[in-house]
Write a protein that binds this ligand. Structure first.
Ligand code: CP3
Length: 342
């Protein structure tokens, strides 16, 4: 453990001025790091995530190797529904696969309410990580829409037809599902904060599938409730989604401290839509990490220059989505050092 605490990430979340731009990456602990790949030869993802000592080891690897300014708990968004009795697997090269995808109101009723005792392993992992690092630890959850999309589709989808049909054809059952998931998410993130998570991020990775009107009608009130409920926990709350450029005013209409955006929108345009009161996180195209170092520097410059003086006030450098599995960790490290040198 290093001695001094690095709190640039938390300062940026709160909109304060920093001396160095904080940087971390979604999926920083995963596939692009050698220690993780070595462990994966012996354990599947769920076993790793549910074994506190191993999850902590994987979570800490990028802090030591990359020098990022925040850690993110090694977990998966599907651990929450798993803890609520949903039968699911993580299939290699596919993702989450649900044994019995949700079809009826009865299927929703059968999902158990959240019980923090079922995720005690996660709280233990948080405690171990906190003792091993000198940067803040971010807890996270999937957002109600993104979780529902896996539960209804049964596997990853890129059209979300079943999910949207469920939403249109069974609006009451949909509202029930959103409510059940939102209450569970509040409990799940609260349990992570109580165990020591110093910030939380809500991942609505697939919500960009909706029109702004659909978002307002079917999703936004539930997300607003989650952020309002977490306010009293006094840790920064990050709201992240992809493909949200067309709905950013609505997406950011929640009581969050930070809004995370992807690369499909200019960061300066995102700032105008979000307003100055919230901090921002983003938004380098993850594929840029596969290019040469000159390109990486140029694209990072474009983001920092577009923000001007705001790059060191209320801004957290990140990718627009997760680190590509085939990224070279030396280039990822180069990017971290480059941002820190600004
Ligand atoms: O990427 C995102 O959009 C973030 C939200 C999210 C996570 N899991 C968080 C996560 C989503 C949408 C998922 C679902 C999921 N789970 C997928 C995507 C499937 C799709 O629809 O495209 C996959 C492949 C999984 C399974 C999974 N989760 C694996 C194989 C791993 C190991 C690490 C890796 O990246 O390969 C995870 C861990 C995981 N899921 C983390 C997070 C934040 C931890 C990674 C980290 O610590 O950086």
């Amino acid at each position: 453990m290093a001695n001094e605490t690095n709190d640039n990430f938390l300062k940026a979340c709160r909109g304060e001025v920093v001396d160095r731009i904080p940087v971390w990456f979604m999926r920083q602990a995963g596939r692009s790091l050698p220690g993780y790949r070595e462990l994966r030869k012996k354990y599947d993802v769920l076993t790793l995530a549910q074994t506190p000592e191993l999850a902590a080891q994987v979570c800490i690897e990028p802090i030591d190797k990359l020098g990022v300014d925040a850690a993110i708990l090694f977990a998966d968004i599907m651990l929450l529904p798993l803890s609520m009795g949903v039968d699911l697997k993580i299939v290699d090269a596919v993702g989450p696969v649900i044994a019995k995808p949700l079809k009826t109101a009865g299927d929703i009723e059968a999902i158990e309410p959240f019980d923090p005792a079922k995720i005690a392993y996660l709280q233990r992992a948080i405690q171990i990580v906190r003792n091993g690092i000198n940067v803040p630890l971010i807890g996270f959850s999937g957002a109600p829409f993104t979780l529902a999309s896996y539960l209804i589709e049964g596997k990853p989808s890129r059209t979300w037809e079943k999910t949207k049909r469920f939403m249109f054809e069974k609006p009451d059952a949909w509202a029930e599902l959103m409510e059940k998931l939102s209450d569970a998410i509040i409990g799940y993130l609260s349990a992570q904060i109580e165990a020591g998570a110093q910030a939380v991020q809500l991942f609505d990775s697939w919500v960009g599938a909706l029109s702004p009107g659909e978002y307002r009608a079917f999703v936004l009130p539930h997300v607003q409730k989650i952020f309002a409920a977490l306010k009293s926990k006094n840790v920064p709350r990050i709201h992240f989604g992809t493909n949200t450029g067309g709905m950013l005013k609505d997406f950011s209409n929640v009581d969050a401290d930070v809004i995370g955006v992807d690369w499909r929108i200019d960061i300066a345009g995102a700032k105008r839509a979000i307003g100055g009161a919230k901090s921002m996180q983003g938004n380098l195209d993850p594929v840029v990490l596969l290019a040469d170092e000159k390109t990486i520097e140029r694209e990072a410059d474009a983001i920092i220059n577009a923000l001007g003086p705001d790059a060191k006030k209320g801004f957290i450098f990140n990718l627009g989505h997760g680190v590509p599995p085939e990224a070279d960790d030396k280039k990822v490290k180069h990017l971290v050092d480059y941002i820190h040198a600004q």
